[in-house]
Design a protein. Structure first.
Length: 326
């Protein structure tokens, strides 16, 4: 046997042994507690998704799944921690829609969004809602557009922050219909809702999860949703696509990632447990109650989805010269 063939045999044998070892690791996962990084602070939708999944995964695997909130910089601080962890299945993370915006908005991210992570599962998507304080005259999105056209720059709206999907959605809408809206960024959903309820900001755009309690209380009025169809959680709020902007859609979303270079067998094992958890009726009901259209799509579909979102919002950011401090 030639030396080349001997080396080839040794290499093939080594790969086979490595594959067997990886399969063994996957079959025994989890053998110890798993850290679940939530890339936003406690109390928000990312935290809630993380805790709902962690609770169910603990029940079905017999190992503890412990939520670790690492908020800051639109989720990029927690994502950086995730990207630097070992790809051994014992650190996974829940990210939000800002994950696809940050590459275009935050210079010098300490990780590569597409190369430094293993996509595991798209938890789901959710509509955003444009809401008005009940003291405001706006009853529909068409009312808002009419006011903005009558006095350009006079219509203000608040979001959870500069570069948020709400901010980019309104910027894209303004471009499409040729109107100018005045953006007021807040440092999170709590401050935004406080000022919307107090009528300090006339309009606010945020996830259904964020706005629904205040709409239900009668303090805010839902005047539009960004989904293609009406959202049953906010009856009476017609889609923007039905209010003068045909085909328009924009969504919040939640996804599960792991560090890059996770062995495929282990990634599949983790995905299988996540899929089992998300399809548990009680879990699905809790997520749907937060305004999430539950998906459970695998990592390959999450990867394709994120790439589309990055391309879409990068264009909006560039066209509107949006910066993280805007």
């Amino acid at each position: 046997m030639s030396r080349f063939r001997q080396l080839l045999v040794v290499l093939t044998a080594g790969l086979a042994v490595a594959a067997i070892a990886a399969d063994a690791v996957a079959q025994t996962w989890p053998a110890k507690p798993v850290k679940v990084i939530a890339v936003f602070p406690a109390g928000g939708s990312v935290d809630q998704v993380a805790r709902v999944l962690a609770q169910q995964l603990t029940v079905q695997t017999g190992q503890s799944f412990v939520v670790d909130n690492r908020g800051g910089a639109s989720g990029s601080i927690g994502t950086a921690v995730l990207a630097k962890a070992d790809p051994d299945g014992y650190t996974i993370g829940i990210v939000f829609d800002t994950h696809a915006v940050n590459p275009s908005l935050i210079p010098g991210l300490p990780f590569d969004t597409l190369r430094d992570l293993t996509p595991l599962m798209l938890v789901g998507t959710g509509a955003m809602a444009l809401v008005a304080n009940v003291a405001q005259p706006y009853k529909s999105f068409t009312d808002v557009v009419a006011a903005a056209r009558d006095k350009p720059g006079s219509v203000s709206y608040g979001t959870i922050g500069a570069g948020s999907i709400g901010h980019l959605t309104m910027a894209q809408l303004g471009n499409q219909i040729g109107v100018e809206f005045n953006h007021i960024p807040y440092r999170g959903g709590g401050p935004l809702m406080n000022d919307a309820i107090a009528n300090q900001v006339p309009l606010a755009i945020g996830s259904v999860f964020l706005v629904k309690p205040h709409v239900d209380s009668g303090r805010l009025r839902a005047i539009a949703v960004t989904s293609a169809k009406a959202d049953p959680a906010l009856p009476g709020a017609a889609p923007i696509a039905q209010q003068g902007v045909p085909g328009f859609e924009a969504y919040t979303w939640w996804g599960v990632f792991a560090p890059a270079n996770m062995p495929p067998a282990l990634a599949k094992r983790v995905y299988d447990e996540l899929a089992k958890a998300i399809n548990t009726p009680a879990v699905k009901e809790k997520l749907q109650a937060q305004g999430i259209d539950v998906s459970g799509a695998p990592g390959s579909e999450l990867d394709a989805f994120v790439r589309r979102e990055i391309a879409r919002w990068a264009k909006v950011i560039k066209d509107n010269r949006i910066k993280s401090g805007d």
